[in-house]
Design a protein around this ligand. Structure first.
Ligand code: SF4
Length: 327
């Protein structure tokens, strides 16, 4: 590991200024991903700006819904009594992610910004456009069992790894960020990017922008929910496919639907067409199956991940059934 400086500013402005002035500085919070990246030679910051002294840990409810500070720990949020009552989908997704030990260290902001677990990205002997732009994509013709079926490019076919982000995409969340020009709000579904020609960029954030909080609006679909995660083993494994499903119903008619998938694209993959299809229709397995088929339009598999073309629609239908209580 390279030598680096370490500072722990107590003010938000000082933290942002530190990154603005120093192109080789990086924020660190829980460090559950960044320290791995540094140890493996994938990140080499010359200065670590530890943001743990900033007052960004609050979990609070206001007239619009839930606001979670970026430094709240994943385990604190998942155990919070009001979060469990008001946003069970978020809790299910948090509890499906990582191990208990990691959830005790990982912050909400860090969870959102964790980097792909594509094995070629983590092996510095192998080509990877995300790690080293222009070097090629080892996964394209390599072992791509875990990789994308939607939204990929010929530069990168990696998937976003966070379970929590899939739930936040489904729940119409927004993130509040601050940079040198002040604060801005970003729809969660707009935060992460598709790879295109710049797979090295995971999000639309500038490198000196800091996530302050996540807002989750209070919506009628927040209670009939289910997070389904298909994975190789029961814990501490990334999703092969995951589905966050949320429904609002009135006398067995679906009045609102929100669905997002993980493990299938470079960002949490929201199923807007399937949601539109379901709205106004009766709750039924047949309608959930049709929505799942609709959601799969445009999917394309690589050498080793064709199983996702079946696993994904089956998971969508199963998650919707469970959310509706007809599983
Ligand atoms: Fe790198 Fe993306 Fe290709 Fe994986 S899929 S090797 S992260 S460019």
């Amino acid at each position: 590991m390279n030598q680096f400086q370490y500072i722990q500013p107590a003010k938000q402005k000082a933290a942002i200024d530190a990154l603005t002035k120093d192109a080789k500085a990086m924020f660190i919070a829980g460090g559950t991903n960044l320290l791995d990246l540094m140890k493996r030679g994938l990140a080499a910051p010359e200065k670590l700006v530890d943001i743990n002294k900033l007052p960004l840990k609050k979990i609070e409810f206001n007239n619009n819904g839930l606001r979670i500070g970026a430094l709240a720990l994943n385990s604190e949020v998942a155990q919070d009594k009001l979060v469990r009552e008001k946003q069970p989908l978020l809790v299910q997704a948090l509890e499906a992610g990582a191990s208990g030990q990691l959830r005790n260290m990982a912050t909400m902001g860090g969870n959102i910004l964790q980097r792909t677990r594509c094995p070629y990205f983590y092996d510095i002997a192998l080509p990877c456009n995300k790690r080293e732009p222009g070097s090629g994509c080892g996964a394209l013709a390599g072992f791509n069992r875990m990789h994308a079926i939607f939204g990929f490019s010929d530069k990168c076919i990696a998937v976003h790894p966070s379970d929590m982000s899939v739930a936040l995409a489904a729940l119409d969340a927004t993130v509040v960020v601050a940079g040198p020009q002040g604060e801005r709000q970003i729809l969660f579904t707009d935060l992460h990017r598709l790879p295109g020609d710049q797979p090295e960029k995971d999000t639309i954030l500038e490198r000196n922008e800091l996530i302050l909080a996540i807002d989750i609006p209070d919506k009628p679909f927040a209670q009939k929910v289910h997070y389904l995660k298909a994975r190789d083993r029961a814990s501490y494994a990334f999703a092969l496919v995951s589905v966050a499903a949320a429904l609002a119903t009135d006398k067995n008619i679906i009045t609102a639907a929100r669905i997002a998938m993980g493990g299938v694209a470079h960002k949490p993959w929201r199923l807007f067409e399937a949601e539109k299809f379901l709205e106004g229709k009766p709750v039924s397995e047949a309608n959930f199956r049709s929505a799942a088929e609709l959601a799969m339009q445009g999917a394309k598999a690589f050498n080793h991940n064709a199983y996702k073309l079946k696993l994904a629609p089956n998971s969508i239908a199963a998650a919707l059934k469970a959310a509706a209580g007809i599983a």
